[in-house]
Design a binder for this molecule. Sequence first.
Ligand SMILES: Nc1ncnc2c1ncn2[C@@H]1O[C@H](COP(=O)(O)OP(=O)(O)O)[C@@H](O)[C@H]1O
Ligand SMILES: [Mg+2]
Length: 273
Amino acid sequence: MNTPEGKKVRTIAIASGKGGVGKTNITASLAMALRKLDKKVMIFDADLGLSNIDVILNLVTKYNIDHLFKGEKKLKDLIVEGPNGVKVLPASSGIQELTTLDEFQRLRLIEEFEAYDEGIDYLLIDTSSGISSNVAFFCMAAQETIIITSAEPTALTDAYALIKVLFTKYQEKNFKVLVNNVQDKKEAVEIYNRLSTAAERFLSISLEYIGFVPHDNLVRKAVCQQRAFLDAYPDSAAARSLTEITEKLNNDKSEHVKGSLQFFLGGLINSKC
Ligand SMILES: Nc1ncnc2c1ncn2[C@@H]1O[C@H](COP(=O)(O)OP(=O)(O)O)[C@@H](O)[C@H]1O
Ligand SMILES: [Mg+2]
C-alpha cells in the first residue's frame, strides 16, 4: 500500500480502552480534517464485531470485512466512498467471531492490503473498546497510536490499562494522547498530566500530548444527523480544536517509529496476540 506519490502510508490507530469516549467521532472528523489538507484518507473500521463508522457517516455498505474473510470479496470491493472522498473499509455488526481475529483472518488482511494499489496518504484505524487481542494487534500494527481519554476516572484508568498492556506485552513506548470532551485546555492538561505521571512513574515511558477537543453539543447533534462534526459544523469549538490538532499532526515530519505500512503488514503476521 502506497501514497499517490509512491511514499509510505501513514497508519494511525485510534484507541481508548473505555467505550464512549469519542474514538469513532474523532476518527471520522480527523479524516475530514485531513481531506481539507488535500490528503487521501482511508478509515478502517476495526471495531470488527460492532461497526460504527458506517452509521456515523451514513454509509450504505453492501459488503463488509466478513465477506473478505470468507473469500467472497476483495478489499477493493468492500471499500465505500464516504463524504468528501474519504474511503471507508467497513466492519460488520453482530458477528461475534470477528471480535478475535484468527491467524487465517490476519493473513487474509495482509494479502489484501498488499494487493491494494490505489494510493492513500493516511490509514486511520478506529479500534473497538476494551483491551482485546484485536485492539492490541491493530495498535501494534499501526505506526502511531492516538490514545483518547475523557475526564472520567474510568476513561483515565482504562487508557492507562491499555498503555500498560501495550508496553508490558509488546514493548510499545510511543503514545500520543488526545483529551476529549473537556471544558477547556486547563482541564485537558490536568487530565493529561495525571495519565502521563502514572505512565512515567510506573512504566517509565513519556507520553505525547497532542491536544484536546472540548465538550461541544454540536458533536452529538452531528451524530444524530449521521455526519462527522467537522463536516457538519466546521466552525464549532470541537471542529476548530481538531483542525488545529490535525494540522500539527500532518506537519509532524518526524520519522514514524515503526517505519511503514510494511510494518502494518509485518505486524499483522508477527503479532502473537
Ligand atoms: N467532544 C464531545 N462533545 C460532546 N459530546 C461528545 C464529544 N465526544 C464524544 N461525544 C459523545 O460521546 C458519544 C460517543 O462517542 P463515540 O465516538 O461513539 O465513542 P467511542 O467510539 O469511543 O465508543 C457520541 O455519540 C457523542 O454524543
Ligand atoms: Mg466507536
